[in-house]
Write a protein that binds this ligand. Sequence first.
Ligand code: SF4
Length: 422
Amino acid sequence: MLARMAESGLMVTGDPSEADIAVLNTCSFIGPARAESEASILDLVDRKKRGELSAVVVAGCLVQRYKRGLRERFPDVDLFAEISDYRKLAEAVQGLATGTPVPKYLEALEGPGAEREGARLLSTPGSYAYLRISHGCDHSCSFCAIPSIRGAHRSKSLEAVTSEARELVSAGVRELVLVAEDSTAWGRDRGQELPDLVEALASLDEGTRVRVMYAYPNNFPWRLVELLRDHPGVVPYLDMPLQHVATPVLRAMRRAGSGDQVRKTVERLREEVPEIAIRSTLLVGFPGETEADVEELCEFVRTYKLGRMGAFPFSPEEGTAAFDLPNHVPAEEISRRYEAVLAVRNEVLEAEQRALIGTEVEVLIDENSRFGVVGRTPMDAPEVDPVALMGEIDANVGDRVMATVRAVGEEFDLECEVGAGK
Ligand code: SF4
């Protein structure tokens, strides 16, 4: 979207106070994401009313989910765009800038979704880039609105993904972070499997590595563990959203597999890839979840050492099967359970990070500002895991630096001192 705007001659800024027109890309996956999107729309509309902006454009999943109904709720928005053709969106924004009449609403693209959206303009630091490998999801988890927003699963072709990756690599990107609604499913609709893609991407360039996010645990393509263990171009890290471990909750969530299967999957990953860092996401407070289920979940986090984990409190989403289930857990109780799970996560993560004190780690530098140099170890994905604070060292974004861990700071970040090598 950013690149199409820039190509159409618009100047892009990340700061609304510098902009004439604001384009807000929204999320509507759960209540808190929706609330954040709506608060941001209201903030931009206020800026427009104060004369600080000439137009406000709202795009993405909130529009895709609520369609034209949003126009009544936010009449001061100039243009709404579903997950649409970004060239058309850029043309419309250009039209708003020049006072040319433009449609007030852009519908989603028909068909499978863009194979290759063209060159990218990164909003991430130059050291890493997210790389979308497929669109949509064929699962029907009872709490999740995503398939109704983003449609059925469609893999982008290996050629399209590798050509996009090649451009990112030649622009200096050192870590490709693979994202999708369900990355495990990549290739199934094309007679291929995720390891085929990961191997191709990991072999593109010696200095660039691949990190896999959002791998659904069932029908996992186990050849991937060979790459996670042996391929120097693949980070030994896997983000696998597990959601829960109590079998009755998994069943009610319409997740494939039982609690025992979830445990066996984690055990097998750890056995086959001793160095692996596993990240996961858990959903707490699902309707019918009992106190014993939460204890089972906490015990799982402790025993299986899921320090790199994010939790979501259950949010009833209209149009999903879980919305109408009986036995909703009261909101206060959901918060209590959520805090309990996070408290265990924090204990585990703190112990894991403290165990690194005195050891040498490799750090990819993501940021070099007047506040110091910040990077990440291979165990950490951008934005969701802890960072490595490097102090004031001589390093550029994209460098890999060997450093010794000296302490664990706030938010479990590693405080590091540079050792040998780059
Ligand atoms: S696999 Fe993920 S995106 Fe797909 S329905 Fe389940 S939670 Fe939603």
